[in-house]
Design a protein. Structure first.
Length: 233
């Protein structure tokens, strides 16, 4: 199946948002991901495909993804950022079970490391669009303030949001430091029904998932989704 590239937007530091149009409806649940394939490129050792969480919602006009692109780009991301309007790209999916619990009353703690905010952008925007209120506390950790970007849902949806900056400037007035289990337990209100959703760099996700499972008996309370290729926030 194919998507048609429309345009891109630099939304923060080295973070880009890509907009695609779908010739046929893409049926997905917020929080799921797709695999994009760019054929006919001189691929690096990671090949011609990458998985990206969909950052838009089923109600949006465009299918969007958000990713970080540095000066030293992979072959895939070099081609991605060089796409021209109306260029076509292949996709597979959507896939994944990083989705909201069916029981609306379930208290939720979202834990995002850097670009790991992407699935939560889709989920929170969709809740905002549907005027569906959930008890959510988002903990979003990043390297510095330049990594912060906003969306309509993150701005307007009524939920608790805590930003944590690892290397803040002297002007930063919010939480500081490296995201840890101790910080999560201190900042979030947790009970026996709380579900944790963890998204971000692989090592961060693995570490926090392991620590949370050691502290909570019900392992089904912890849902994780890591972003391969990312070492830091």
């Amino acid at each position: 199946m194919k998507l048609q590239f429309s345009h891109k937007e630099n939304i923060a530091n080295n973070i880009w948002k890509f907009y695609f149009l779908a010739p046929q409806p893409v049926l997905f649940t917020p929080g799921q991901f797709i695999e994009l394939t760019i054929p006919d490129i001189n691929s690096d050792d990671r090949g011609q495909s990458r998985c990206f969480t969909i950052s838009s919602t089923p109600k949006d006009k465009y299918i969007t993804i958000i990713t970080r692109i540095f000066d030293q780009k992979s072959t895939f991301k070099q081609k991605l950022i060089d796409l021209n309007k109306n260029d076509e790209i292949n996709y597979t999916g959507p896939m994944g079970d990083f989705v909201l619990p069916k029981i609306i009353e379930t208290p939720i703690v979202f834990i995002a490391g850097g670009i790991g905010i992407t699935p939560f952008v889709s989920i929170i925007q969709y809740l905002y669009q549907n005027d569906e209120q959930r008890k959510i506390h988002l903990l979003w950790a990043m390297n510095n303030e330049n990594d912060i970007f906003e969306t309509e849902g993150l701005n307007k949806y009524d939920f608790k949001k805590t930003l944590i900056v690892k290397n803040p400037s002297e002007f930063w007035g919010g939480e500081r430091g490296d995201l840890s289990l101790e910080m999560i337990l201190n900042l979030a209100t947790i009970n026996d029904q709380t579900q944790f959703y963890i998204s971000g760099p692989e090592k961060m996700v693995e570490s926090l998932t392991h620590q949370l499972k050691e502290n909570f008996n019900d392992k089904h309370q912890i849902i994780s989704d890591y972003f391969p290729g990312y070492i830091n926030y």
